[in-house]
Design a protein around this ligand. Structure first.
Ligand SMILES: CC(C)(COP(=O)(O)OP(=O)(O)OC[C@H]1O[C@@H](n2cnc3c(N)ncnc32)[C@H](O)[C@@H]1OP(=O)(O)O)[C@@H](O)C(=O)NCCC(=O)NCCS
Length: 187
């Protein structure tokens, strides 16, 4: 159900969403920040790599963001510990989750929708008491994504090198999340 202050909801992605996701992942505004031209996926790539069952084996949960009844974006969360392939090798905390997301439609960028999406996703993740911290790793040149994460409560922690290249490591701890919530609710 939509939060009264946040019209964005997230539902779990299903296999039936994969053709739609394939179309989205080939849109220029997403290709620019999601793998680049050389990673532009075919439908069979998407069916192979984004099948929810396959993602689950990698600790990844995929979501479709909804604005009322309209699917407007893709998001995923992952368990950082044990990601493999050179990702988050120093992580020892099983409670750390990571997030990534992209809005489907270029004409919906820069309208605050991404910030609401990230807030909806952090609400879902922190509703699990086992989650201690949420991280994300935008490219240093992706100023729009960095600003969006900051508005959603993330802080820039450090510059890092990931298997995908340089990134800004951004975090939101449970403490900062709960402090912000209590400021809003007055509790
Ligand atoms: C990243 C993304 C999810 C953010 O969602 P969004 O709805 O566009 O972002 P918001 O409107 O909530 O916030 C964007 C902020 O960045 C600011 N911004 C935009 N371009 C900017 C730039 N070049 N430099 C600095 N700030 C910029 C906007 O002004 C806004 O801040 P403000 O509200 O303080 O003015 C969305 O833009 C997207 O899907 N982009 C394409 C794919 C992508 O980059 N995915 C993320 C990979 S980490």
């Amino acid at each position: 159900m939509a939060d009264i202050e946040n019209p964005i909801t997230l539902r779990l992605m299903t296999e039936d969403d994969l053709p739609m996701l394939h179309a989205w992942l080939n849109r220029p505004h997403i290709v620019e920040w999601w793998g680049g031209e050389e990673e532009r996926p075919s439908l069979s790539d998407v069916q192979e790599h984004y099948l929810p069952r396959v993602l689950a084996e990698e600790g990844v949960t995929p979501y479709i963001a909804m604005l009322d009844v309209e699917p407007i974006g893709y998001a995923q969360s992952y368990i950082a510990l044990g990601s493999g392939d050179g990702w988050w090798e120093d992580e020892t905390d099983p409670g750390v989750r990571g997030i990534d997301q992209s809005l489907a439609n270029a004409d919906q960028l820069n309208k605050g929708i991404g910030t609401m999406l990230v807030r909806a996703l952090t609400d879902i993740l922190f509703s699990d008491a086992a989650v201690t911290k949420i991280q994300t790793d935008p490219a240093p040149e992706n100023h729009r994504a960095i600003r969006c994460y900051e508005k959603a409560g993330f802080k820039q922690h450090s510059k890092i090198i990931t298997p995908d290249g340089p990134a800004v490591y951004m975090v939101q701890t449970r403490n900062t999340y709960e402090s912000a919530q209590s400021c809003v609710t007055g509790r």
